[in-house]
Write a protein that binds this ligand. Sequence first.
Ligand SMILES: *Cc1c(COP(=O)(O)O)cnc(C)c1O
Length: 385
Amino acid sequence: MIREDAADFIRLQKENNCYRQLSSPREKKSGGEAVFFCDFSSNDYLGLSSHPALQEAAEKAVKDFGAGSTGARLLSGDNRLFHELEEKTAAFKGKPSALIFNSGYHANVGMISSLCGPGDVIFCDRLSHASMMDGILLSRARFFRFRHNDAAHLESLLESRRKSFRNALIVTESVFSMDGDIAPLRKLTVLKEKYDALLYVDEAHATGVFGENSAGMVEECGLTSKVDILMGTFGKALGSFGAYAASEKVFIDYFINKARSFIFSTALPPSVIGANLAALEVVRKESFRRKNLLERVLYFRNRLRKLNIPVSSFTPIMPIILGKEEKALDISLRLREEGYFLPAIRFPTVPRGQARLRLSLTYLHSVEVLEKFSEKLCNILKDSA
Ligand SMILES: *Cc1c(COP(=O)(O)O)cnc(C)c1O
């Protein structure tokens, strides 16, 4: 029964052009000769994944502490690198305390599910990442989704629903992963005060890219003290892997004692923590990376608009919404033939009928590459219109 259902599901995914396959931007041709695609899908916004400082720090950590952590943090898995990283992360984010999670997925699932329970209520942006949604479902709190970036809709939900519940939590991303747009953070901080809720912000795509100290969009907006729990990852702009929470000490203590994804999983290996420490250092010392990237975002945005390719984003994530899943697949395939890697993003990552190319810029894309690419993209889009 389960086997037949699985086969049926796969068949349906194929019929709906939603079937997913693994494919790498570093593929091998049949002849064995390696082909490198020009990657426009990566989250390595600052190019740190190939930075020698991160690689050397990872190697040194392996030599000093071994290849694996040997256990969960609360058992044998802890070491001084974690504490150093947590101190530096707290300082980086401007909060009293921080905690490392194995991934952003672990962080969102673990924290959101432990902050609320039956009798509580969670309000979340409709387009919040799957890991936040899973945390919400696991919490067994009631939840309401507000229209994307629509603070007025959130307020009407708070107005009508808040009073029937004990605790309330508002969750959002700061820079949205698939749309590259920015949450109305200031309004959310006003609403959370007015309706006695906690505010939880996922900075996965903002960490390292925005803010005077590269801490994220919340820093950029001057709202650090108003957001109760800041979450972000080391796997995107910071070039390595893992995630963090930054908050008051009471919440960090609470997560150590309550978040199941923290308690019941082997701690990250020393190499990763070493690389993350180096990443924070590089972000601090090489702020030109983030500044160059943001200049290039504006340059590329203007260029695409001149070519009549509608992009509205001011962040490195610039989706080109194509609608039908089939169309997104077709254009992605044609770009691949030209040597560009941009997988089609489809349901359930984005709503049905809003299939897109999720174009992301990084520090490593030169102006020449951007020029050539935008022309190719323009021709292919025209061709398939
Ligand atoms: C990538 C992402 C996560 C998950 O982080 P991982 O470290 O990759 O598990 C969570 N939230 C958002 C918004 C993301 O884009």
